[in-house]
Ligand binder design. Sequence first.
Ligand SMILES: [Zn+2]
Ligand SMILES: [Zn+2]
Length: 769
Amino acid sequence: MTTKRIDVKGIVQGVGFRPFVYRIAKKNDMQGYVKNMGNYVEIVVSGELKNIDAFLSDLKLEKPPLSKIDSISIKNIDENLNEIYSDFTITLSENSEIEEEGTIPPDISICDECLKEIMDKTDRRSNYAFTACTNCGPRFTVIEKLPYDRENTSMKDFPLCENCIEEYKSPENRRFHAQATCCEFCGPELFITNNSGKIVSNDIVDAVKFLENGKILAIKGIGGTHLVCSINSDETVLELRKRLNRPTQAFAIMSREEYLDLFSKIDENELNAIKSPKKPIVALKKNELYGKYFSKHVSNLNTIGVMLPYSGLHHLLFENTDQIAYIMTSANMPGLPMSIDNEQILEKLGNIADYFLLHNRKIVNRCDDSVLKEINGKMELLRRSRGFAPEPVEVNYGTIKNSNKNILALGPELNSVACLVKNNKFYLTQYIGNTGKYETFNYLKEAVENLIKITNTNKIDTIVCDLHPSFNSTIFAKELGEKYGIPVTQIQHHESHCYSLMGDSDIFENNVTIAIDGLGYGNDGNIWGGEIFLFKDGKIERTGHLEEQIQPGADLASKYPLRMLASVLHKANLNVSEIIKGYNYFSEKELKLILFQLEKNINVSKTTSTGRILDSISALVSLCFERTYDGEPSIRLEALANAYNGKISEIETLVEDSLKIENNIIDTTSLIVKSLEMLNNNEKIEKIAYFIHIALADGLSKIAIETAKKQGIEYIGITGGVSYNKIISERIVEKIEKESLKPLIHERIPNGDGGISFGQAIGYLLNSN
Ligand SMILES: [Zn+2]
Ligand SMILES: [Zn+2]
């Protein structure tokens, strides 16, 4: 007889870990106990050595899907000191305060066993949309406060029925202590209303019928609300676009795994990501047959964002129909938070949806769908939200790991996410959005407050924010700092991107990093966005960038890319008036005003943004004259460049001839003049689009590689929103690898502004040590 004590650390609470341990202990004939110890679980097992080995192997290999084991420590217990255990038990911890200090898991898609019950006509949970167990279902989006007990979640409104209580109390059952469990007798109920709130049905089959008849539905799900309609009718899709005032931005869709091959070219990485229990949206390449199934108005890109059903409700929407997919887009007006309570949904979306599939469970924390895209063979996070938040990220680098400061980093303004650091765990909030808007700014405050609550944080040592003086997040940081006497540190936007990449990859050696995006407030007060940084001996410094261009009308130049083009052509001393007139876009008066601004240098700002250069070309080739969503002109330009099917070498020659770099500054004027020349020579617009991608990638990598070589540095990083551009990113990585240098790319944290708050926290920690 051997006795061992096993301590398991990680996400081991609220995920069915103890009943799992109980089951594998029984299976392997163990005596002893399992006990929750706050931030770890203590297990004592006593039995035959070979059974203990089998137990340990089960522990590692069969752990519950929601759990995450960070470490297991095993100690032998001296037989003489050993109590005699006659059975295996789950011992409740005496101190429930300590007990629940562990990490709250994210929401996770319905598990196979629950799904089987829903689809089984004889099961008592047949057709029940809210079926969940310890291995699946909502967590983060239903929790109000700690500890994670049913009483502290929005399930408190649904007292368990006798059958459910029995399951809840039985250690052998997979619903043992499952806080979100319920059934049709005791749990939340679905109903369908029209847009004046009148209930028209309680049957989800009617929702399916409405969808088949071309209606637009608002569907309240687990952590949020979607607008849903069919994918194949031009009329329906255009109607949704009109009502949402969303003329071109591609819609995400939901489909079933067995249909993915019909319309997409999905590879193994993408398949693994899309099927994972987090069930994110994955940007998939369309295949040749795509157009057979989808209205051309669903997505005007070469990709389509696809997710699989992740709740019982979603699966039921695909029963009783031959639809292969639905449009499923977050139910919010552009830039505003998603509507989540029934009254608000009816009020805000009354003019958008025809019918409302609602339920009577409250959504406590809204959580938008996460979005992934494969770049450089890795799944990168465009949005880290449902399925990820609030799971923390850890960093192992010495001085950062050893810091015991609690830090609140408030992020940028657009695509905002905040980050709380506690015990070297970096907790990122769910996706928040554009905090320049009042409602979204309030949402940021709520999300931060909530994160502080569910991590049991009772003091903040320091606050970090952006350098931009008038961002709401900066003002909020300063207010908080003043109110509570907490020091506030400001960190430049692109430096934060660099720090974010170092923290993400956990590599803090000297590096050169390319930080490219739409905009960030620079150290010189200008707008940056095409930057190269040298991080050496703990100091970060900008060592190269794109040429400064003028934005006539400041922000208007990012909304109307033709303004940017006019600016660059003006700088090149070309006949701007003539060329821009040719596009027939601006009125004579407006064009005059633009020229006046350029000549007199009035109401202009300076920018080194990569986004603005891509935008100019998007306008040059008449692809996009107005940005209707974040990044539109350049996102569509990437899709166009993808259609180039000529020789790469031809483009490389063009780039070699026209790329000029002086003092580590890339001459973007010549690149745009070259593009205009190509257009005048009747070159295909796909070729021009591809040319500018390669020219920028080659220019940036050239400076980065030269700097790295000169400094004896082996790492070159790439970060920022433009690094989601597959053509640019993959070209840069190819160049880096060709020189036998090592590329740093994002894997756990968004490349874009969703990673800024994490970078702010990392930057603060690096600089304060
Ligand atoms: Zn389940
Ligand atoms: Zn029940």
